[in-house]
Design a protein around this ligand. Structure first.
Ligand SMILES: C[S@@+](CC[C@H](N)C(=O)[O-])C[C@H]1O[C@@H](n2cnc3c(N)ncnc32)[C@H](O)[C@@H]1O
Length: 251
């Protein structure tokens, strides 16, 4: 579905993905594709309706949305310094060689664990002030604490205006009781760098239904998206790391 994702594949990343799939859940590749498809369709529709001018991807990792979406949009890729440095270098070089289509992409490094996000606010505001924005945060909240998450959503609210969107992905607390979740935690802990700290986070629906200044306009999960996009696949639900996708709109 994403023709450019394969650009990042190496023997090491393929082996890591296979080890992860064997150790945690064989449905992970499907779950990732489903959430990408959901957001891709959401972006496409909103862009067509002229509702997005700037898309900011917090914790973008190596996702490649900019290169399959409308070139009129400004894409702001935000992640840690090492990810941003590597991604910027590679994507610029692939655009120069014609491997990737040209897009207007800005790269911003940040640490979401910082006590203050004022610096990040000052860097992002000139890119999005007065524009219609979509903020995406997918695959990230699991790695952050509640204070960091609250600070980030406060930042989103400062950057956005009425009718702008936030798309967020998280696990619900009920998943913590499932064996597939324990396997995820074990896998992440074994793969931590030496001395690296890790506290996982799950997020209840109330966090989104009570987000100040926003209303929840859509809520999907891996299982509902599988029914929409892959109705022929039979799912062993207890084997799925069920992710929840929330679409919020600023009031
Ligand atoms: C599992 S990846 C998800 C990547 C992408 N959003 C996706 O869905 O494919 C999590 C990303 O969050 C970033 N991240 C995690 N903690 C962060 C932090 N404290 N500050 C900035 N980025 C962070 C990581 O560097 C990584 O790229």
């Amino acid at each position: 579905m994403d023709p450019f994702a394969k650009l990042w594949a190496t023997q090491a990343t393929n082996e890591h993905a296979e080890r992860y799939s064997r150790a945690v859940s064989s449905y992970e590749a499907l779950a990732h594709r489903l959430r990408n498809r959901f957001f891709y369709d959401t972006f496409k529709n909103l862009i067509k309706e002229n509702k997005i001018e700037v898309m900011m991807n917090f914790g973008c990792g190596f996702s490649m949305y900019p290169f399959t979406l409308d070139p009129a949009v400004l894409f702001v890729e935000i992640d840690t310094e090492d990810v941003i440095h590597f991604k910027q270098q590679k994507t610029n070089s692939w655009q120069d060689k014609g491997v990737l289509p040209k897009r207007n992409v800005k790269f911003v490094s940040a640490d979401f664990n910082s006590q203050s996000l004022d610096e990040l606010y000052k860097r992002l505001l000139p890119l999005c002030e007065g524009k219609k924005t979509f903020i995406l945060i997918e695959g990230v909240l699991f790695f952050l604490g509640r204070d960091d998450t609250t600070r980030l959503f406060h930042l989103f609210s400062r950057l956005q205006k009425k009718n702008d969107f936030v798309g967020s992905v998280s696990f619900q607390p009920s998943l913590e009781k499932q064996r597939v979740f324990s396997r995820l935690i074990d896998f992440v802990e074994v793969n931590l760098e030496k001395n690296q700290q890790f506290n996982y986070q799950t997020v209840a629906d109330e966090f989104y239904t009570s987000a100040e200044g926003y209303r929840l306009t859509e809520h999907q999960d891996t299982i509902s998206l599988a029914a929409r996009y892959s109705p022929d696949i039979t799912l062993a639900e207890e084997e799925i790391l069920n992710e929840h996708m929330y679409l919020l709109q600023k009031c």
